[in-house]
Design a protein around this ligand. Structure first.
Ligand code: ZN
Ligand code: ZN
Length: 418
């Protein structure tokens, strides 16, 4: 869409938002003609939603439906709703989403909510509400985590997120800075974003193929506050960049993405891990996380801020204190180079190597999408209502890959590929 490019040659905000929408539809979703699109978005995302909707219809979408969320109305529930409200979720809505995916709809999530929205609310209510949503959303989420449909997540700048990220700036400047950071890290600030994404995707695929050839049994992490051995699931598959979904459509599920990732073995994590970045989880902040694993299970968990939220999170179910994802990201990734903490997992998880508590991606196990939950568990894939990524990478992290025969090979040194 060159129509919004002004004569001066300097791309406007409107033009860049249009480019982001183009990337979301063309690269992120690979939306097919005739396909329905189901989008979720914060109210402040309307300018981006409109551009995405136009690109979707131009690509042949049969119907675009957007479900909006609003931070202010979410807060009203925490302030005024009766106690029993916090064990409820709109199950009918999530069932409807699952029905849409089953009938072929693609899924696009726009992220941008205030990362601190619920930080002053009762952690008990927050965790009950999250649990209720996780339960209700599970059938729909499973179609996503199994990659049965094409899906993607992109970000919009919103005033509340911008102010949380840049508290020392005026709201206008903060918003402009956040948009710029999104465009920079989402590879929109280039003359041809779609080609740039194709190149970047090929790089990530190459990295994943290398690791799949190596077939390491265990990763050994060493760094400040980290001495940790993590076994990988039997028949694990490393993935990075795009993937062909079960419906045959090639999609890149995160814009931006910098990670190669796979499924760890749920019973094979031992040692101490310290988070290198704060974790923003469902409107609350958890900082200074330090945990100790034994036989795959967290046996000690501490946080300097948000300890109670962390404790409730890992108490969600048995799988919540085990790992479902391990991801490698070099410290020189554009997001890490920006020096910014986004307080948003889509960005922060792509700034640093990370691990995730909870649900594993079955697509990261060979033929995983054809296996029953019992077969997946037998290979070591974890099962939980939650999936929460937290960052453990830094420029001081060393990782060795350990082969099945016990030989250690340098994989990352000082946070970069060895
Ligand atoms: Zn990840
Ligand atoms: Zn993850």
């Amino acid at each position: 869409m060159t129509s919004t490019m002004p004569q001066s040659g300097q791309p406007t905000l409107a033009h860049k938002i249009d480019q982001l929408a183009h990337v979301a539809i063309k690269v992120g979703l690979g939306l097919k003609a005739g396909q329905e699109l189901l989008m979720t978005a914060p109210l402040d995302a309307v300018p981006l939603v409109r551009r995405i909707t136009e690109h979707a219809y131009r690509a042949g979408a049969s119907l675009v439906t957007t479900l909006y969320t609003d931070d202010e109305t979410a807060l009203m529930r925490f302030r005024h709703a009766p106690d029993e409200s916090f064990d409820r979720a709109a199950g009918w809505l999530y069932d409807g989403m699952a029905a849409a995916f089953k009938s072929g709809a693609a899924r696009l999530a726009i992220t941008g909510a205030n990362p601190l929205l619920l930080s002053n609310e009762d952690p008990n209510k927050v965790s009950r509400a999250n649990r209720a949503v996780s339960k209700a959303y599970r059938p729909a989420l499973e179609l996503i985590t199994r990659h049965e449909i094409n899906w993607t997540i992109v970000a919009t700048a919103t005033p509340a997120w911008a102010v949380a990220m840049f508290p020392d700036d005026t709201p206008d400047i903060a918003l402009a800075k956040l948009w710029d950071a999104i465009f920079q890290t989402s590879r929109i600030n280039v003359s041809d974003p779609v080609s740039a994404w194709k190149e970047h995707d090929a790089d990530l695929q190459k990295r994943a193929a290398y690791l799949n050839e190596k077939r390491y049994a265990t990763l050994h992490y060493r760094g400040p506050g980290i001495d940790f051995r993590l076994g990988l699931a039997d028949d694990h598959l490393w993935m990075g960049g795009g993937t062909t979904a079960g419906n045959g459509v090639y999609c890149i599920p995160n814009i931006p993405t910098e990670e190669v990732f796979t499924t760890p073995h749920k019973d094979r994590a031992d040692g101490t891990v310290t988070a290198t970045r704060p974790l923003s989880h469902q409107g609350t902040m958890i900082e200074g996380i330090q945990v100790r694993f034994e036989g795959g299970r967290i046996v000690e968990a501490r946080a300097t801020r948000g300890q109670e939220v962390l404790q409730k999170l890992i108490d969600t179910d048995e799988g919540a204190r085990r790992l479902g994802e391990v991801a490698l990201v070099p410290h020189s990734s554009p997001i890490a180079s920006s020096g910014l903490t986004f307080l948003n997992t889509l960005f922060d998880e792509n700034a640093a190597s990370h691990i995730a508590l909870g649900q594993a991606y079955s697509s990261c196990v060979r033929d995983g999408d054809k296996l029953t939950p019992e077969q997946l568990a037998a290979k070591g894939a974890n099962d939980s209502l939650i999936h929460v990524d937290w960052m453990i990478g830094s420029n001081k992290l060393d990782i060795d890959g350990i082969t099945a025969t016990g030989t250690a090979e340098p994989l990352m040194r000082n946070g970069e590929w060895a």
